[in-house]
Design a binder for this molecule. Structure first.
Ligand SMILES: C[S@@+](CC[C@H](N)C(=O)[O-])C[C@H]1O[C@@H](n2cnc3c(N)ncnc32)[C@H](O)[C@@H]1O
Length: 261
């Protein structure tokens, strides 16, 4: 393990960037490292590593996969676009549903290994992973194939953004449906998240009420993640003109299928 518990590996080769000054963070403040920088520079390996997940997280993730499968089938989607894909967990959904898959992530090591896996499994004609930022759809939108995509924003990805409404507005411009999975504000969820982030080696520097009714964790190295109350989700969706099509709830959070405009 490297310092602060991040595993050594191809991602961590760039970890010196954590300490560079003058780096533009995703929050747009020069010199302050933001969430995208955290994930690009090695944090993704820690936060997406199943060995760091408290057991209680697994059924939540299972609900997410089932919700994605249901949305693809119910709405006859012809492709699945997974933002913050890391190792491509929704690739299995796309494979089972027989639709195309595009994975997008800011972490270069994750994209390389997912493309290797896609090749090894003989899925190269219907699946692909590209390096890109969910906030900047123009970087990767030309890679989306199909006319009825489902955009999956998994595992509280929207909670990583300082302005989650911007990522939804950007994805909304691409049309189709989105499935958004978020943690809720309940105290037991906050406890599970605290244990999860700590297991990832993140030094928590702040745990405060977030702008969408949930709990905002800020950690060292630019980590940032907020959860959402039911009212907070409603506010977020109405700020982006999104209409809820279906919602599933779980003890730890909710998965909402929306039509973005
Ligand atoms: C799905 S989120 C998980 C968030 C975490 N579960 C939490 O509680 O905050 C993490 C994945 O999203 C990716 N990611 C983070 N910010 C991103 C961005 N702006 N664009 C694309 N991928 C991003 C990371 O590299 C990582 O693979």
């Amino acid at each position: 393990m490297s310092h602060r518990g991040y595993p050594k590996g191809e991602d961590s080769l760039e970890s010196a960037a954590f300490t560079q000054s003058g780096v533009q963070g995703a929050g747009g403040v020069p010199g302050v490292l933001g969430p995208a920088s955290f994930y690009r520079d090695g944090g993704a390996r820690a936060i997406m590593r199943a060995a760091n997940f408290p057991d209680e997280l697994l059924p939540f993730l299972q609900m997410e996969g089932l919700a994605a499968m249901d949305a693809v089938c119910r709405h006859e989607c012809d492709s699945l676009v997974e933002l913050g894909c890391y190792d491509g967990r929704a690739l299995e959904v796309a494979r089972a549903a027989g639709v195309r898959y595009l994975g997008v992530d800011v972490n270069p090591g994750a994209i390389d290994s997912l493309n290797r896996r896609i090749g090894d499994e003989g899925l190269g004609d219907r699946a692909r992973a590209v390096l890109g930022d969910a906030l900047h759809c123009q970087e990767w939108s030309s890679e989306v194939t199909g006319e009825r995509p489902l955009h999956l924003l998994p595992f509280n990805l929207v909670g990583n953004f300082t302005e989650p409404e911007k990522v939804l507005a950007g994805v909304g411009g691409l049309g189709g449906l989105a499935l958004i999975s978020v943690f809720n504000e309940e105290p037991w969820t906050t406890e599970v998240r605290r244990a999860y982030y700590t297991a990832c080696g993140i030094g928590i520097v702040e745990e405060v009420p977030g702008p969408y009714g949930g709990v905002l964790f800020r950690g060292d190295q630019g980590f940032r993640s907020q959860s959402f109350s039911s009212r907070g989700v409603a506010d977020l969706l109405s700020a982006t003109g999104a209409a809820t099509v279906r919602e599933r709830t779980h003890r730890l959070g909710r998965c909402i299928t929306v039509r973005l405009t």
